[in-house]
Design a binder for this molecule. Structure first.
Ligand code: PLP
Length: 366
């Protein structure tokens, strides 16, 4: 007997989504953002699926890059948060990584280092995100220093991140763009600016490189979907089975706290998936699931290993019926992870990266 919960990963869909990002920006090179275990999809499997398509990969830190190199991935890899201590520079050199620098101490450490060959460096500008990076007035002097350090630095780029590229109101985004365009023009600097929403909806942000992440996994980051974001295909399907069915009289309650109360005689399915697997405990009553490809709604609080679904209107649903928590059901119906996220007051990123190791991943390729 095997617990029926699993995450199916469609690597063909991953490549389809990558190609959408790439083809939207033919003047740019699009790297593939694979941090956080490829947004929960499996770092090495996703890197292997994309390595012949994507000219570079991006991760958050050296530990993630090491996993890729140990798996034999030879593509250029960018460290989006750079290095955390100066002694990581030896590793960056040995593994031939590219690094972001966002802080003064990193610049000093880099310039004091003697690499075996110059390191490709992306200088981070804080153009309005106010997270990592140098304020715009400081950038020209830093650029000049790094550009003059030929023994340590090569392929210098400006990199920045957008705070609101997903939003329909573009005023803040346009402000960040004006700052970045002025700097890039002054320094004649190549750039890497666009995340998924900017790749999808702001050609103005397409630089020498783009950095799509979540769209590769089939999630639409835009507040208002567009023609291309609607063509994204889900990569992960999280699914399980009904393991028990309860018959409740009107007035009876389900689960912890008795949050859901039957308004009529009801059939409740118990599904083997819970917050101990990464399914969000904040999911509200009515959060959609697909039972054999047909919509039904969550009824009651999510438990550690189980959740409960109202199947009163699905008389064929029974023990053993397949339940899709998000992704594509066997009949082709899609339940977008973005829709589930809205019912949990969160974003697809947290649901996808939150699927825990006890959920087996199964990879599918054409
Ligand atoms: C610096 C940086 N670049 C790119 C990305 C990719 O963003 P998205 O997944 O929205 O495409 C992220 C994601 O968090 C990021 O932090």
């Amino acid at each position: 007997m095997v617990r029926p919960l699993r995450a199916d990963i469609d690597l063909e869909a991953l490549r389809h989504n990558y190609c959408l990002a790439r083809d939207l920006a033919p003047q740019s090179r699009s790297l593939a953002v694979l941090k956080a275990d490829a947004y929960g999809h499996g770092l090495v499997a996703c890197a292997r699926a994309l390595e012949t398509l994507a000219p570079a990969l991006a991760v958050a830190c050296i530990e993630e890059a090491e996993v890729l190199r140990e798996a034999g991935i030879t593509s250029p890899i960018v460290l989006l948060e750079g290095f955390f201590t100066a002694d990581e520079l030896a590793c960056i050199d040995a593994l031939e990584l590219w690094t972001v620098v966002h802080s003064d101490w990193q610049v000093e450490a880099l310039l004091a280092f003697r690499p075996s060959r110059p390191i490709p460096v992306w200088l981070k500008v804080d153009s309005g995100m106010h997270r990592l990076g140098f304020t715009p007035p400081r950038v020209p002097a830093l650029w000049e220093r790094l550009a003059g350090a030929g023994a340590q630095v090569c392929d210098l780029h400006l990199v920045s991140h957008f705070a609101t590229a997903d939003q329909a109101d573009t005023a803040y985004f346009q402000g960040q763009m004006r700052t970045l365009e002025a700097l890039a023009a002054e320094l004649e600097a190549p750039t890497c600016l666009a995340n998924s929403p900017a790749t999808l909806s702001h050609p103005r942000a397409h630089g020498d490189w783009n950095r799509p992440g979540v769209m590769l996994y089939g999630s639409d980051p835009l507040e208002v979907a567009n023609a291309v974001s609607r063509r994204l295909k889900p990569v992960m399907t999280l699914s399980s089975e009904i393991i028990a069915v309860r018959h409740l009289a009107a007035g009876e309650r389900v689960g912890y706290g008795g949050r859901w109360q039957a308004q009529r005689a009801s059939r409740i399915a118990v599904v083997a998936c819970g917050y101990g697997d990464g399914y969000d405990r904040h999911a509200r009553d009515g959060t959609p699931v697909l039972v054999e490809g047909q919509r039904a709604g969550l009824a009651g609080k999510v438990s550690m290993d189980m959740l409960t679904v109202d199947i009163t209107d699905l008389p064929e649903a029974d023990i053993g019926s397949r339940v899709t928590l998000w992704g594509r059901a066997a009949n082709g119906v899609v339940l977008p992870v973005d829709e589930v996220a809205r019912y949990c007051d969160t974003i697809s990123y947290t649901l996808l990266t939150g699927v825990l190791p006890r959920v087996p991943r199964r990879y599918h390729d054409a």
